[in-house]
Design a protein around this ligand. Structure first.
Ligand SMILES: [Zn+2]
Length: 72
């Protein structure tokens, strides 16, 4: 379930999760999706980026980063 408001500033973001997901899934870059939905504050952006649905992508990126780090 999506949080209705941003934990930090209290801006309503509950209605933006579905739209954000649709835009990103359609291939739009994340920063463009934020502009499209008029989400400007980074506390609100964090709410969308760190949602549980994206945790697999975050883990994958972290694994790639770690691999690169230990090659040096
Ligand atoms: Zn916020």
């Amino acid at each position: 379930m999506y949080p209705i408001r941003c934990f930090t500033c209290g801006a309503p973001i509950g209605d933006k999760f579905e739209k954000f997901k649709k835009l990103v899934d359609s291939g739009m870059p994340v920063n463009k999706a934020f502009e499209e939905l008029r989400i400007t504050r980074y506390c609100c952006r964090r709410m969308l980026l760190t949602h549980v649905e994206y945790i697999d992508d975050i883990v994958e990126l972290d694994m790639l980063y770690m691999k690169k780090k230990y090659k040096r």
